[in-house]
Design a protein around this ligand. Structure first.
Ligand code: DCP
Ligand code: MG
Length: 242
């Protein structure tokens, strides 16, 4: 079997229920542990839809998705949530404390583990400044923290769960360029044995990725490293220069 955490798409097609045309067509790729797979493409290309198939928010219409070589459809909800952490495009926080939000996928985590996750996510500074720190209250929907803080708390939550597969949907775009760079540098060590799939808007976020998939109208129109795509893909060149 492929290593745990490996995500394989085999000829996956998906259409939203009731829609005529599929949103994703014949998607095939493998995201391996120890590697970063980046997905880039214009708005509406199907990036979020593709990521959402992995924790089974929807099931593929055709084709197959395998996690660690096992069909996704045969894995239980619990196995999926224990092994895959997803930072959604619109990250959400629950009403409760910062600690309870961070322990969502990691009930057993010690306070020290939570602080470590916050440090990696570049969120320790503002949490330390809040009255009550880890015990400070988050209001319903997380409206008493800023968008960028919410995003970093959700990244910390994903890290605290120590999954084998990380999904980041445009998780770095609300951060300023310098925080984005610091966060991604800090992520290298804790995610080094995991399969990391990143949807990005900024090319600078993904130039180091092991493979980049260029998605256009639900199809992978090019794939390769940043250097390879600069040579081979007009769509990628357009994204880089836009
Ligand atoms: N779509 C839909 N029903 C949904 C979600 C999306 O019909 N519940 C449609 C809208 C788009 C297509 O699917 O035509 C792809 O949407 P995505 O959200 O997957 O697109 P991206 O994530 O690539 O776009 P963005 O960069 O704006 O996040
Ligand atoms: Mg999206």
């Amino acid at each position: 079997l492929p290593a745990p955490g490996t995500v394989e798409f085999k000829n996956v097609t998906f259409g939203y229920p009731g829609a005529e045309a599929p949103v994703l067509s014949d998607i095939s790729f493998t995201a391996k542990p120890g590697q970063t797979t980046a997905i880039i493409g214009s708005t509406g290309a199907g990036k979020t839809t593709l990521l959402n198939l992995i924790p089974r928010l929807y099931d593929a219409t055709e084709g197959e998705i395998l996690i660690g070589g096992l069909p996704l459809r045969e894995l239980g909800r619990e196995t999926i949530s224990q092994n895959i952490s997803s930072v959604p495009q619109r990250p959400y926080l629950f009403s409760g404390t910062i600690a309870s939000n961070l322990r969502f996928g990691a009930q057993e985590a010690e306070e020290e583990d939570l602080w470590e996750a916050l440090r990696i996510a570049q969120a320790d500074g503002f949490v330390a400044e809040r009255e009550g720190q880890l015990e400070s209250k988050i209001s319903q929907g997380g409206t008493n923290v800023s968008g960028g803080q919410r995003q970093r708390l959700c990244i910390a939550r994903a890290l605290a769960a120590k999954p084998k597969t990380y999904l980041f949907d445009d998780s770095f775009s609300a951060l300023d360029v310098s925080t984005d760079a610091k966060l991604r540098a800090a992520l290298v060590e804790p995610t080094k044995d995991a399969a990391v799939i990143i949807v990005a808007q900024r090319v600078s976020t993904i130039t180091e990725a092991d493979q980049i998939l260029v998605l256009d109208h639900g199809e992978i129109v090019a794939r390769g490293t940043h250097e390879e795509l600069l040579e081979s893909s007009e769509t990628y060149q357009e994204i880089v220069t836009s």
